[in-house]
Ligand binder design. Sequence first.
Ligand code: AMP
Length: 211
Amino acid sequence: MKLIILGPPGAGKGTQAALLSARLGIPTLSTGNILRAAINEGRPVGLKAKEYMDAGKLVPDDIIISVVKEVLSDEKYKDGYILDGIPRTQIQAEMLENMNVGIDAVLFLDISDSRVQKRISSRRVCLHCGATYSLSSFPPKKKGLCDVCGSDVVNRDDDKPEAVKERLIVYHAQTAPIIDYYRSRGKLVAIDGMSDVEDTTKAILKALENL
Ligand code: AMP
């Protein structure tokens, strides 16, 4: 199965992608995690991406497209995947269509801007493996350390309030229009992203059963 999870920053894309991956046994591909790992490892693509990410802007399409093409060519993605954080622009959506990837459904997590701001203020992430936590509803078991790999769990630079405001502006201008792109292709499945994590997963699984 090939799925896209779409929604504003803080909608729960990463959390739901990880849960669905475990449940359905298909790997996730998160462009945000790939870029953060590249920054951490000091790779050139990370250095190029960092200034955009810290400012809450989108990384240019050509960088994203070459990263995604390379990663998707890995054997582990041959039977399916969950795309988290891609596409974020019309050009990226068209790139996926041109690659003939045959997306089964686009899960759109619908959530208000005010809820996004609230959620992101308590979000923490593991810079090593990308696991995501919420200080209010899903804190790491050991304070400041990742449950999965034991690395430091931090507040992302782009989760600071000013960057979040910018990311929401960018989301509405550049990413939200692709909701209609997928709706017109009959691929869009809208999910209430305001519910808690468990209810959102249940709603997604139910929607997938009805595909
Ligand atoms: P995320 O972890 O998905 O919230 O992504 C964090 C940041 O990485 C975004 O705010 C962008 O700066 C950058 N990014 C991730 N995915 C993309 C993408 N598909 N296109 C452009 N920029 C991206």
